[in-house]
Ligand binder design. Structure first.
Ligand code: HEM
Length: 202
């Protein structure tokens, strides 16, 4: 019975990492990328998202609750897993360890980023191009954002690789090798989108 519950939780954790959290991550990166078109372009894209009907309900059920479950269960997995990368120097063991490390970095970043934007908005600040420009004018914050955004993207891309294994999509060693190239391609492409967006505010 306990085994069944564990299996269900693992599957739910895995699924939520892709749908809806991964989809949300891509959507967020695309909206941010509008900053490369200038202040007006970004504010228009961000404003569109902000004025979606039923925004609070959408945010709660598509973003907040899934991330909360994935993060809490992710912490449990990260701190109970056997990180054997130091014993076995194989590529996949390192990816396994990096998946956990980037999960923890992503969690710290999400809490900070929500505090710096959403919570400040509740106190009356306006979340727009100028807000991000102010935040990223601090060199420490600029590096913090670059490292954390790349970290979150790595976590998602490498997570897609293990997602495909977990759900039986890539079973043979060959398909898993192809999947490594595809997911690392996704990592590089999304990182370019994320870093270009950050530098558009600087
Ligand atoms: C941007 C937010 C996030 C996205 C898009 C995301 C996405 C994913 C994906 C797609 C997977 C692969 C699922 C699988 O192996 O089947 C995964 C796994 C994992 N995530 Fe996240 N995640 C996010 C945030 C977090 C956070 C905040 C934590 C907290 C520490 C976390 C911890 C983990 C762990 C430990 C795994 C490995 C699970 C395993 O190997 O069984 N993730 N994530």
């Amino acid at each position: 019975m306990a085994g069944n519950r564990e299996f269900f939780n693992r599957r739910l954790h895995s699924l939520l990492g892709v749908i809806p959290i991964g989809v949300f991550l891509i959507q967020h990166l695309v909206v941010n990328h509008f900053a490369t078109g200038g202040e007006e372009s970004f504010n228009k894209a961000a404003g569109f998202m902000e004025h979606l009907p039923f925004r609070i309900i959408l945010e709660t059920f598509i973003i907040f609750i899934p991330i909360l479950f994935h993060a809490i269960y992710g912490l449990y997995i990260a701190f109970t897993a056997k990180n054997n990368a130091s014993r076995f120097g194989f590529f996949r063991n390192w990816m396994f360890l990096l998946q956990r490390v980037t999960g923890v970095i992503t969690l710290i970043f999400i809490v900070w980023h929500v505090w710096q934007t959403r919570v400040q908005a509740a106190f009356g600040a306006e979340v727009n191009f100028q807000m991000m420009e102010n935040i990223l004018s601090n060199p420490f914050m600029l590096w913090f954002y670059i490292i954390c955004v790349v970290s979150a993207i790595f976590h998602f891309a490498n997570g897609l690789w293990s997602f495909c294994v977990s759900w039986g999509i890539t079973i043979s060693p060959r398909s898993q090798l192809i999947s490594t190239y595809v997911t690392m391609g996704i990592f590089v492409a999304l990182s370019i989108v994320g870093i270009r967006a950050i530098f558009a505010f600087v």
